[in-house]
Design a protein around this ligand. Structure first.
Ligand code: NAP
Length: 318
């Protein structure tokens, strides 16, 4: 089990969870079951990952076998861009719950601050970037309207908390001016090549937990042939990281994760290899020095691997 972080709504969230993006559907039930056995309690899913049914199967089998109770788990999903219209938010959540086979979520994020044209579930699910036969199209809905619909889901007890993902400081500031229910967490790309120190400082000062995704930097994006990832030094082989790792008798992966958790961030490393689960979960067993933290942070190059500008020149981070 990992440490628990306090959320601004009084609930607790595990500091370490399992990222579910790209866990293949055929191994997902077994992976999730194995992860629960290994001590994972948080599962970071999303409508966009296309494996909610299989992730849910693993969760439900673990509950049925008495490994864990539902209330001991922290199950997460993310509202995809195609479902931002207030009239689509509840049906989207109901779709997620049906796929998971659960009756509530612990946390439902807005995956991106981008509203795409609605695509019916039976037309294409997950819709990904598909917006209909005409090609890319936005939905005319401002974020606060999506937010009000998410707040209603909290009131109904269908989700315990709301989160935001891939939001800039300016958008968070604006959302906080109008939100009745504050986001509990901001999920962002975060690794030594993209540190985002000011965004983290602002968000943590607002008592919103920062959750790091893609903690291993380019690694997750190599299989997608992402040019920025292909052109970067692999962080597992970066001299700064490997030196620190060997001085602590730890792996490079453990150092990358500890660098985040020691600064108060939550992490959700993904693995499809059962033998890596335990190591990724137990990264708080050693401490980095302040100097080591600084030297890792100094690798910052503002380098993103996940940027909507690359999808269709969408100015999310410009
Ligand atoms: N909100 C968003 O927009 C967003 C975007 C991206 C990701 N996420 C979330 O964040 C999670 C994590 O990010 P990510 O999946 O992009 O990348 P990640 O966790 O940084 O990296 C995953 C990659 O690292 C490998 N790996 C895992 N543990 C390892 C270890 N101990 N040693 C060596 N290699 C290891 C995995 O391979 P194996 O599978 O073979 O072990 C996989 O190739 C996602 O699964 C998803 O839940 C959210």
């Amino acid at each position: 089990m990992s440490a628990l972080l306090s959320l601004n709504n009084g609930l607790k969230m595990p500091q370490v969870g399992l990222g579910c993006w790209k866990i293949p559907n055929d191994v997902a039930p077994e992976m999730i079951y194995g992860a629960i056995k290994a001590g994972y309690r948080l599962f970071d899913g999303a409508m966009d990952y296309g494996n909610e049914k299989e992730v849910g199967e693993g969760i439900r089998k673990a509950i049925a076998d008495g490994l864990v109770k539902r209330e001991e788990l922290f199950v997460v999903s993310k509202l995809w861009n195609s479902f931002h219209h207030p009239s689509n938010v509840k049906p989207a959540l109901e779709h997620v719950l049906k796929l998971y086979g659960l009756d509530y979520l612990d946390l439902f994020y807005v995956h991106f601050p981008i509203a795409q044209k609605f695509v019916p579930f039976d037309k294409k699910y997950p819709p990904n970037f598909y917006c209909g036969e005409e090609g890319w199209a936005f939905e005319d809905v401002p974020l606060i309207e999506t937010w009000r619909a998410l707040e209603a889901l909290v009131d109904e007890g269908l989700i315990k908390s709301i989160g935001i993902s891939n939001f800039s400081g300016a958008l968070i500031q604006d959302l906080l001016r109008g939100a009745r229910i504050k986001p509990v967490a901001l999920q962002i790309e975060h690794h030594p090549y993209l540190v985002q120190e000011k965004l983290i400082e602002y968000t943590q000062a607002e008592k919103i937990v920062v959750v790091a995704y893609s903690s291993f930097g380019p690694q997750s994006f190599l299989e997608l042939n992402n040019p920025n990832a292909l052109g970067s030094v692999n962080l597992f082989e970066h001299e700064t990281i490997t030196k620190i790792a060997s001085s602590h008798g730890q792996s490079a992966a453990a150092v990358l994760l500890r660098w985040a958790t020691q600064r108060g961030l939550a992490i959700i490393p993904k693995s499809s290899k059962i033998e890596r689960l335990s190591g990724n979960l137990h990264t708080n067993d050693f401490d980095l020095t302040e100097e080591e933290i600084k030297s890792i942070s100094s690798l910052d190059r503002g380098l993103r691997f996940n940027d909507p500008w690359e999808w269709n020149k969408i100015p999310t981070f410009v």
